[in-house]
Design a binder for this molecule. Structure first.
Ligand SMILES: [Zn+2]
Length: 229
């Protein structure tokens, strides 16, 4: 009876642990998905920003080109050498600006292209993680039902076995259960308590064989004998 009670407690413990682990696995995947979604959003933002900057540079480029064209016409109509030289200088300076601008635009286009190439990969990573999570959640819902059933059964078993506990063990048992039900009892194998691996006395072993209540002197667990096979 004590052995069955101990096993029922252990079943309850293992089932609770499985519930927790399954929840943790789901949480880990949820975090991973959130992280990947964030990376995707950052990439999309960067691409958007690059396009805006590139457009802005295109506008500046067009304005510079228009200025150069205008000044080139004015230079033909220049009346004085000073006016001619001033326009020449303006054109020269605008051309330098234009050249730097074009270099910058090439770099921007190159960067934009590279970022756009990364996009499908990132999108796929998000889609895969999302699918994985859905799969896990589905599995979990199915498993949860089963675990809950087993848990209910184990708890029924515990209650039924507890009602058979000898009166003199009841107080000790209740105190031990409050500390952790799965460690309230321990088997004795080859003369040792399997809870703390301390040896038992000959007197204890004899009491155990006579089905008398025995408590481990070292860890305080309620002991029961496991027949050596
Ligand atoms: Zn012990």
């Amino acid at each position: 009876m004590l052995r069955a009670l101990h096993e029922a407690h252990q079943r309850v413990h293992l089932l609770h642990k499985e519930l927790e682990e399954s929840q943790r696995a789901t949480q880990r995947l949820e975090q991973q998905l959130a992280e990947r979604e964030k990376q995707l959003r950052q990439l999309q933002d960067e691409i958007r920003q690059l396009k805006v900057t590139l457009h802005d540079r295109e506008v500046t480029e067009k304005q510079l080109q228009e200025k150069i064209t205008r000044w080139q016409k004015q230079i033909l109509a220049a009346n004085t050498a000073r006016e001619y030289q001033a326009l020449q200088n303006q054109i020269e300076s605008a051309r330098l600006q234009l050249s730097a601008l074009e270099d910058e635009m090439l770099e921007l286009m190159d960067k934009l292209e590279r970022r756009q190439l990364e996009l499908p990969q990132r999108e796929q990573a998000v889609a895969e993680t999302r699918q994985e999570l859905q799969h896990l959640q589905q599995q979990r819902r199915e498993r949860l039902h089963l675990i809950q059933e087993r848990l209910n059964q184990a708890q029924v078993d515990v209650a039924q076995l507890e009602s058979q506990l000898p009166g003199e063990l009841l107080e000790t048992y209740q105190r031990l259960v409050r500390r952790g039900a799965k460690d309230a009892l321990a088997a004795v194998e080859h003369g040792s308590c399997m809870g703390c691996f301390t040896g038992t006395t000959l007197q204890m072993q004899q009491d155990l064989r006579l089905n008398r209540p025995v408590v481990c002197k070292s860890c305080g667990r309620i002991l029961y004998l496991v027949e050596s096979v």
